[in-house]
Design a protein around this ligand. Structure first.
Ligand SMILES: NC(=O)C1=CN([C@@H]2O[C@H](COP(=O)(O)OP(=O)(O)OC[C@H]3O[C@@H](n4cnc5c(N)ncnc54)[C@H](O)[C@@H]3O)[C@@H](O)[C@H]2O)[C@@H](O)CC1
Length: 487
């Protein structure tokens, strides 16, 4: 973003102070949509860098928009100030805005506010808060008022490890500029902001798109570009045969859910390899799905006849499961490995090096740590996933509210769809069904992983518009609708 700021300033042409003004205007537009009440007391805390400069411009704009009770608190903990902060301070001094200089937190004894705007430190944060800054953050948090953070809450790192003992400002909402910060996608960000909104500040989009980056946010346009529509004269053979090796006597539901999702995302044929005890359930609930009955001696004969194979949901961890997995690994054909398939890898790490290239692993946090080691911070976990995807030349779908799809070339795609209404058992099983379905239809492993996570979350989002909780089978059955929206 910093490079984009510089590029925009050099090439647009736009002076940095005007870019700051544009950022402030975008912030105010969003803030007033949420909070407009001309009588509210609004306290704006401004540091002396560009984040503070934004805060000063915001004060000006709020006054011009009818907010009469705006007070600016200039945080004077350092002598350093940015040029644009100085320009905006001069402008503010010439206005009727009330301004208070804060040299220590004690200067805030009489501070009263209904809403607080945090423009103390932004993306320039280069070390954890300490001393007066830490005290100030604690003071603001203690006010128990709605805090709107400008670009990023003070003390919250935009990238890198988020300390478990977070001591920065706890924002009600963060209004950030042009792109979300990577760290907003980690669960630890809930410590710093309840929500965030991204506002456009007219940075040069072509430049941003051209940048080589490690992290990409998947957008609807990407999905639209990747998804192919079903063709005239096509038949079931066109869309591939998927095999799902899953289920056990007491976890047959996982196999059924995976198969259901595979079916509803368009694989030409779906076969479920399940224990004999599940055949009645499969035949009565999913008549379109074929069965390959399994006992402890079963090996998949002629795996080459399947276009794509998934193994793991509800499979159980046992020597038989491990042997079955090992036999599939030996085919050297990319596999989708989930749940107990992953647990077998964790139990027998020698299998990891045998995972065929372009296979797709779909672990949640615990499964991931069982295989690749404990991680205290999500930032580190994602870095490990990135490194392992490259080292093993596989795709790792690291599941979370925002799922990270780590590709063999080192790129990480962040999936923005999905919601807490989907936090229920079986959701992972259906994701596996969607991934193997796309793989069977001829998409590459990377494409299958990106498309599956997006469509899976989107199908859930559509249902969550009208429902507080959505079940895995409902999400699976909503896949055709989610897909149709992209045709
Ligand atoms: N042209 C631009 O660069 C734009 C920048 N914008 C704003 O500028 C912000 C970034 O501004 P700056 O780079 O000036 O940095 P900040 O305003 O975030 O921070 C100011 C200075 O604080 C110091 N600092 C860092 N960590 C500290 C700590 N823990 N304790 C005490 N001091 C610390 C650093 O020396 C840093 O340069 C963005 O977050 C955004 O709000 C927007 O106005 C959009 C345009």
């Amino acid at each position: 973003m910093r490079q984009a700021d510089e590029f925009t300033i050099k090439n647009k042409p736009i002076a940095s102070i005007d870019l700051m003004e544009k950022a402030a205007r975008s912030f105010v537009q969003s803030f007033l949509r949420d909070e407009f009440d001309a009588n509210q007391r609004i306290a704006i805390f401004c540091g002396k860098g560009n984040n503070g400069g934004d805060g000063l411009a915001i004060a000006h704009l709020l006054l011009n928009n009818g907010c009469e009770n705006v007070k600016v608190y200039v945080i004077n903990f350092s002598d350093k100030q940015s040029d644009d902060f100085a320009i905006n301070l001069q402008r503010l001094d010439e206005s009727r805005c009330k301004k208070i200089n804060v040299s220590t937190v004690d200067d805030l004894k009489n501070m009263k506010a209904d809403v607080i705007i945090d423009a103390i430190l932004g993306s320039g944060l280069n070390k954890p808060l300490a001393g007066d800054y830490e005290k100030l953050a604690a003071f603001i948090n203690e006010q128990n008022k709605k805090v709107y953070a400008v670009d990023v809450p003070t003390g919250f790192p935009s990238e890198g490890i988020i300390p478990a003992e977070y001591n920065g400002i706890k924002a009600y909402k963060t209004i950030c500029f042009q792109r979300p910060k990577i760290n907003f996608f980690f669960p630890e960000s809930a410590l710093a902001t309840q929500e965030y909104e991204v506002v456009d500040i007219d940075l040069n989009e072509d430049f941003i798109q051209q940048q080589d980056a490690d992290f990409y946010l998947v957008e609807e346009t990407d999905v639209r570009e990747l998804l192919k529509s079903r063709k005239l004269f096509s038949h079931k053979g066109t869309y591939g045969h998927a095999l799902i090796v899953a289920g056990n006597a007491d976890t047959m539901g996982a196999a059924l859910l995976s198969s259901l999702a595979c079916l509803h995302t368009g694989a030409g044929l779906t076969t479920a390899c399940i224990p004999k005890s599940g055949l009645t359930a499969l035949n009565s609930l999913l008549p379109e799905v074929m069965a390959l009955p399994r006992d402890e001696y079963t090996r998949i004969e002629n795996p080459a006849k399947f276009k794509a194979i998934a193994i793991g949901p509800g499979l159980g961890v046992s020597p038989e499961s491990e042997k079955l997995l090992e036999s599939l690994l030996a085919t050297n054909k990319p596999l989708v490995i989930d749940a107990d398939g992953l647990n077998c890898l964790a139990d027998n790490q020698t299998l990891l090096s045998k995972v065929p290239k372009s296979s797709i692993l779909t672990p949640h946090m615990k499964e991931f740590d069982r295989i690749f080691g404990e991680h205290e911070h999500w930032w580190d976990r994602v870095q490990t996933a990135k490194v392992q995807a490259q080292a093993l030349q596989i795709v790792i779908i690291l599941k979370n509210q925002f799922t990270f799809v780590c590709l063999p070339d080192g790129k990480v795609y962040i999936n923005p769809t999905g919601n807490p209404a989907m936090a229920q058992g079986g959701m992972g099983d259906i994701l596996t069904g969607v991934v193997v379905s796309f793989l069977a239809q001829g998409y590459s492993s990377a494409e299958s992983a990106i498309l599956a996570t997006f469509i899976h979350g989107r199908a859930g989002d559509m249902l969550a518009d009208d429902n507080a909780v959505v079940t895995a089978s409902e999400v699976a059955k909503n896949m055709p609708k989610a897909l149709k929206a992209f045709q």
